[in-house]
Design a protein around this ligand. Structure first.
Ligand code: SF4
Ligand code: SF4
Ligand code: FES
Length: 246
């Protein structure tokens, strides 16, 4: 006779670091771990698929395949065996972006192991963001900074590619160097941003910021609640009525 409650019917077995738990089938891996009693101090940041802190590997019984996902974005499935990889040691080069050039020599000097890439595609298969990691590595090896930056744009630096690379390369730190070089030297500068930066340097916002720092909590709440909010249907030309700081 069926004796499960409605709630129990929705429970599924999962294995967290080898130990069996029954968790609601609608939960993400992250919430399921908390449901099972884990307190996530590391390996948990934005909870929204942005920070990359929650890289997770899992397998199903009888399958050779290692699956990957972000714990905050991946819903549990029955009988998954999982472990989070909250941090994976990575090579990280130090450089002064003002003193380097956007070329292949810079990439090679910062990460000489780049040339060890076998083009095996394991990194692409390990990426929870569906990024063509092998292709951006190929762009890096060609010194094509713009392509490296473009292909790696959605990287959340979770480290899953690095954890599986047979050439022991840290792809995401190479990619962020590429994006920094692209932003500093290759991308056309945004005119409106340059003018705001000039305003900042001239001290246009100093008085306003000092005023905010001198305002008590209640005053800050009032300012926040009374601020002019962009209408939901506003087009890109919308500007607030108070243009004091524009
Ligand atoms: S996993 Fe490593 S060796 Fe393989 S393609 Fe990616 S970077 Fe190259
Ligand atoms: S490229 Fe690597 S570090 Fe970036 S999101 Fe993909 S697996 Fe994570
Ligand atoms: S907690 Fe930030 S991506 Fe999952």
């Amino acid at each position: 006779m069926e004796d499960k409650t409605e709630e129990n019917k929705e429970l599924v077995p999962i294995f967290i670091m080898g130990k069996r738990y029954e968790v609601p089938s609608s939960l993400t891996i992250q919430k399921a771990m908390e449901y099972a009693g884990y307190q996530l101090v590391r390996g948990c940041g934005c909870r929204g698929g942005i920070c990359g802190a929650c890289g997770t590997v899992y397998r199903f019984p009888g399958s050779y395949k290692i699956e990957v996902g972000l714990a905050c974005q991946t819903v549990v499935q029955p009988n998954m065996y999982l472990a989070q990889i909250p941090f994976f040691p990575a090579t990280k080069s130090l450089y002064d972006i003002e003193k380097i050039k956007p070329n292949i020599e810079t990439l090679m000097k910062a990460y000489p192991e780049l040339l060890r890439c076998l083009q095996c595609n394991t990194c692409t298969k390990s990426c929870p963001m569906d990024i063509e990691v092998m292709d951006y590595m190929a762009a890096a090896m060609r010194g094509d900074i713009a392509r490296l930056a473009e292909l790696s744009f959605d990287c959340v630096m979770c480290g899953l590619c690095t954890s599986r690379c047979p050439a022991e390369i840290c792809q995401y730190n190479i990619a962020i160097l590429g994006r920094r070089l692209y932003g500093r030297y290759i991308a056309p500068s945004a005119v409106h941003l340059s003018s705001v930066v000039q305003d900042v340097e001239k001290g246009k916002y100093e008085q306003m910021l000092r005023g905010l720092m001198d305002t008590d909590e209640e005053g800050l709440k009032n300012l926040y609640n009374q601020r002019e909010i962009e209408p939901e249907q506003a087009d890109e030309n919308w500007i607030p009525q108070d243009r004091t700081y524009l």
